[in-house]
Design a protein around this ligand. Structure first.
Ligand code: ADP
Length: 249
């Protein structure tokens, strides 16, 4: 059985979060080179990325996370979906420049509410492709649509494909040295046991991000490691630094 590594490039490492629609191309290339080394004949790779200052600008303006709330909401949805695609194109292009066999899968097209069409991504892995997914907007039955983070999609894929692999590892690249405690020191390990004491130090993102933040990452990761046999690392994607490991025990 092979191993599976799922990597998420945070919006904060591939864009300048304070500058609308501005990618950090050199950082994308540097991380792409690093990540591609993880892949070998025994290890499959899935890549996810956030939207950073691309989709989060229209998403905040039109309150896209609330679905259809006024006459401008549907246009807001379109602009958010388009901005998510724009940063995805930049990421995909940089991987292709390195001759990596990547292919982009839009969550908007394979996830509807709680229903997910996994088959094309599974087939992509089987034939040696590296799937790239991203923070997107998806349709749902209740409010029309919702913002769907790269983390959520990555966790769905990890959960679905885990039984097919010997080991599953997830790495989140973000703009901090893992998860900090109340003194700003990196917490080396988070498990369901110590989460209650660490949770009070976790907040959402300070920036324009409407889905992100450390609380979201850690909460989703803890749910995942309790459901499947996987280990999650939160690490710095801007410079070398300490990491936090999230595991079942
Ligand atoms: P990304 O865009 O890279 O996915 P996010 O902005 O979603 O990153 O999450 C990382 C941010 O979480 C950090 O920049 C920081 O502002 C925030 N954060 C909140 N609580 C903590 C904490 N306890 N330790 C580290 N970062 C935290």
């Amino acid at each position: 059985m092979k191993n599976l590594i799922l990597v998420k490039l945070g919006g904060s490492v591939i864009t300048y979060k304070e500058r609308p629609f501005t990618a950090r191309r050199e950082n994308i290339v540097r991380l792409a080179r690093e990540i591609l080394k993880f892949r070998n004949k025994n290890t499959d790779l899935i890549i996810a990325h956030g939207g950073g200052s691309f989709p989060h600008v229209p998403a905040s303006k039109y309150q896209t996370q609330n679905g259809i709330i006024n006459k401008n909401s549907v246009l807001g949805f379109s602009l958010t979906a388009d901005a998510a695609i724009q940063i995805n194109r930049i990421v995909v292009t940089e991987f292709l420049n390195l001759k990596a066999p990547v292919a982009s899968f839009a969550p908007l097209s394979f996830i509807y509410g709680k229903r997910v069409f996994f088959d094309p991504i599974k087939k992509a892995l089987e034939i040696g492709l590296i799937p790239i997914i991203y923070g997107d907007v998806i349709m749902n039955e209740k409010q029309g649509f919702e913002i769907y983070s790269g983390e959520k999609t990555l966790d769905l894929l990890a959960g679905k494909f885990a039984p097919d692999y010997a080991k599953v590892k997830i790495i989140y690249y973000t703009d901090v040295n893992g998860v900090y405690d109340e003194n700003g020191k990196t917490v080396s390990s988070i498990t369901p046991k110590n989460f209650a004491t660490i949770k009070k130090n976790l907040t959402g993102s300070k920036k324009t991000d409407v889905t992100g933040g450390m609380l979201h990452k850690v909460t989703e990761s803890l749910k995942l490691v309790q459901n499947i046999d996987a280990v999650v690392y939160i690490t710095n994607g801007l410079s070398r630094g300490k990491s936090t490991k999230i595991s079942k025990d």
